[in-house]
Design a protein around this ligand. Structure first.
Ligand SMILES: Nc1ncnc2c1ncn2[C@@H]1O[C@H](COP(=O)(O)OP(=O)(O)OP(=O)(O)O)[C@@H](O)[C@H]1O
Length: 460
């Protein structure tokens, strides 16, 4: 037994190192590092965790990964068990959590109480949320709710496509409320977790406890509520919880991937309840917001790694080329950071394109140069033949440059290739055109708007 445990301790050390790479530094610090390996007996590996919630969370989110890696390293393990450590043994996750972005009191509280919620991500605060046109309203509403005061919007319903910041905003609200009012019981969880807890309570005949727990919170936040569509008894319970809390004037915040009315298989009475407060959506990101997010993240990263050098134009290129989903954008940036730290060199546009070729391909909208030319010609009311013809007067040349610019930023075509498609022009002419538009758009808001509008309609 002793020998086996020593071996496993060593394996666990190696598994942790692999997971550090796999799940990222923040996840690692929050969830993996605080785990304490206890023993491996009869195929069951036991870990000590600071709280039940943490155990559940790790099991659900990282259990498979841990198990797989242990097996790969030769351990005879078939199951993981997470046991709450006696006080003072394992350290609470949040006390060691990432960059200190979240208020310390709130962190301590979130960990210390057995509320029925999921842990909050310390990175998701208002501080780290970049505001732009597409998310302005959602952000303002979230701020208002987080500031407390009389409950005016109930529920606050946030919706939007994948990776646009719904979860981030919800966590930010939770952190802020807890920082302002540490005595409030704020519970954040996904609709899936709500169902999981509900089913567990049913199975273990603890419905009274379940009801009591959920009705005793001050702020309830349920993420991805579309998940309960079609799940009748969970919907029913959710409806009752919702009503009980609203009756007590407790704040409810809900998110989903679409507007309440568009969630299929959701009971009408729930739809109408969800619509009864404030419904705001997070629009797909635009170029400016994407660039803002990239710049903010690079600035943060540089605080830790001042040696990072990213050439001019790289972030602009990414903001142009990567889809509206912020998660993909972040993934690309993380890859660049990793790349930079490995090769220790400046990240040029070329290197970025190289390192991110798969991501760029995946988010390639496959717009053709010809489509761009047509769209631009239509927009500026010039003929296609003029777009590729020799005329040089400004009323023709400027739209042509706009089209060249869009061709360069929206397709993977090289400059000579683009030149060929513009009536056999030289690549330096294309380069000049692209640069000219790049310069002009800074001071010329009309041009900037035209570009955005054209891009959007080409992306559709
Ligand atoms: N405006 C923003 N500023 C900074 N980071 C952002 C912003 N919007 C999104 N992000 C980041 O993008 C990632 C995805 O965001 P989040 O998980 O909140 O998306 P979501 O809308 O909940 O997506 P899903 O529908 O997949 O649940 C997160 O890491 C988040 O921090």
């Amino acid at each position: 037994m002793r020998v086996e445990n020593d071996m496993t301790n060593e394996t666990w050390g190696r598994v942790r190192e692999i997971l550090r790479e796999e799940v990222g530094q923040n996840n690692y610090r929050n969830w993996i590092e605080p785990l304490e390996f206890a023993e491996l007996e009869a195929g069951v590996a036991t870990f000590l965790v600071p709280t039940n919630f943490m155990g559940n969370w790790v099991e659900r989110n990282f259990g498979d990964k841990i198990l797989r890696r242990m097996i790969e390293l030769g351990e005879k393990v078939s199951r993981l068990v997470f046991v709450v450590a006696e006080t003072g043994r394992a350290k609470p996750a949040a006390a060691k959590a990432a960059n200190g972005a979240a208020p310390a009191a709130a962190r301590a509280r979130a960990e210390s109480e057995e509320l029925p919620g999921a842990p909050l991500d310390p990175r998701f605060t208002f501080d780290s949320f970049v505001v732009g046109k597409p998310n302005q309203l959602a952000h303002a509403a979230a701020r208002r709710v987080a500031e407390g005061g009389p409950v005016t919007f109930n529920p606050l319903f946030l919706y939007g496509g994948v990776g646009l910041g719904k979860t981030h905003l919800m966590h930010a609200i939770a952190w802020e409320i807890q920082a302002r009012n540490p005595e409030l019981r704020v519970v954040y969880l996904s609709a899936e977790q709500f169902m999981y807890r509900f089913v567990q309570a049913l199975r273990e005949k603890q419905m009274m406890d379940f009801k009591h727990l959920f009705r005793s919170v001050d702020v309830l936040m349920v993420d991805d509520v579309q998940f309960i569509a079609g799940k009748d008894s969970t919907q029913e319970e959710f409806f009752h919880t919702f009503n009980a809390l609203v009756d007590q004037n407790k704040q409810i915040i809900i998110s989903a991937d679409r507007a309440p009315g568009e969630i299929k298989d959701l009971e009408d009475r729930i739809k109408s309840r969800l619509q009864s407060g404030l419904v705001v959506d997070l629009h797909p990101t635009d170029y400016e917001l994407r660039l803002g997010i990239l710049q903010t993240k690079v600035a943060r990263y540089r605080e830790q790694y001042p040696d990072l050098v990213i050439a001019d134009g790289v972030l602009e290129f990414l903001a142009h080329r990567i889809s509206t989903n912020v998660r993909v954008l972040e993934g690309a940036l993380m890859r660049l950071f990793a790349f930079a730290s490995l090769v220790g060199q400046e990240i040029t546009l070329e290197k970025a394109q190289d390192a991110l070729s798969d991501i760029l391909r995946a988010s390639d909208r496959k717009v053709t140069v010809e489509e761009i030319q047509r769209k631009v010609a239509e927009h500026y009311n010039i003929r296609m033949s003029d777009m590729i013809g020799p005329k040089r007067q400004r009323s023709i040349a400027r739209p042509r440059q706009v089209a060249m610019y869009l061709a360069k930023t929206m397709t993977t075509r090289s400059l000579p290739d683009i030149g060929r498609r513009f009536g056999g022009r030289d690549h330096t002419t294309v380069m000049h055109g692209v640069r000219r538009i790049d310069e002009l758009k800074v001071g010329d808001t009309q041009l900037a708007e035209d570009l955005e509008m054209l891009r959007r309609s080409l992306e559709e």
